[in-house]
Design a protein around this ligand. Structure first.
Ligand code: HEM
Length: 229
């Protein structure tokens, strides 16, 4: 399982780097450089780059979609099976709401970035004002990266402290403070996601009494076990 998660993570990050890096290069280097050329040269170079870049956009989108969906489904089933926060974790952290916004933005990025390197008449309006639409697409992509980091922080990371309110009251610690609490030693962050039975929320939720949604007793997924020990 660990190996599969690692491959999915590599694929997702590679897809994001490819797609977003390409957009940034086109917006801030290629398109401005072409402004200095005459119209005929500009059209020729646009066509030439478009043709060469298209397969990479398709590869990037495929990597992101396949790895993202697999990751999402695996994570959801792990959280459910292990009963994080007595089955309340997704609701308490608003994970699905944040993911929903990210997914919609990702669909917009896929549409815009393929339209910008496509040939269809239906997306010609995008290519008539490339600089603007590249900028909009990049803005969406930056928002997606921020939302993704947020999602990840909800269940991993050594900087999270044990709290009854996950994702809200996360304390940022200095490396020294964290080391003093053994947070980096044999880190258990994400252990529940990895299905490591020796740590994580499954142990907590199995042993603690049933809590009401208003009173999450074992809400911190990855690091609460460390605190309890
Ligand atoms: C432009 C499109 C996208 C970008 C730039 C993007 C970027 C990222 C980044 C940077 C991460 C954090 C990776 C890590 O730290 O390992 C991430 C995580 C993730 N992404 Fe995406 N992503 C995109 C599209 C998608 C799509 C389409 C899906 C689902 C269908 C998806 C599902 C996920 C999931 C489930 C995670 C893990 C979140 C967590 O840690 O809880 N992503 N994404």
């Amino acid at each position: 399982m660990d190996a599969l998660l690692l491959v999915l993570r590599w694929s997702h990050i590679l897809g994001a780097v490819l797609l977003v890096g390409g957009l940034a290069f086109l917006r801030f280097a290629f398109v401005p450089a072409l402004e200095e050329t005459d119209e005929e040269t500009r059209n020729r170079l646009h066509e030439s780059v478009r043709r060469r870049w298209l397969p990479f956009v398709i590869i990037g989108i495929t990597l992101l979609l396949v790895s993202g969906l697999a990751n999402f489904l695996l994570f959801n089933s792990a959280v459910k099976e292990q009963g994080w926060a007595n089955g309340q974790w997704m609701r308490q952290t608003s994970y699905h709401a944040i993911f929903g916004v990210k997914f919609l933005l990702a669909l917009a990025v896929f549409y815009l970035s393929s339209g910008l390197v496509g040939r269809s008449g239906g997306t010609a309006w995008l290519r008539r004002d490339r600089a603007r639409w590249l900028g909009v697409t990049l803005g969406f992509a930056v928002a997606i990266i921020m939302l993704s980091g947020w999602l990840r922080n909800l269940h991993t990371g050594p900087a999270a402290s044990a709290t009854a309110d996950p994702g809200v009251a996360m304390e940022v610690m200095t490396p020294d403070q964290a080391a003093a609490e053994d947070r980096y030693e044999d880190s258990q962050a994400g252990s529940a996601f990895r299905g490591d039975d020796s740590a994580g929320p499954a142990t907590d939720s199995e042993t603690s009494p049933a809590s009401t949604p208003a009173e999450p007793v074992d809400a911190e997924p990855a690091n609460a076990a460390e605190q309890a020990e």
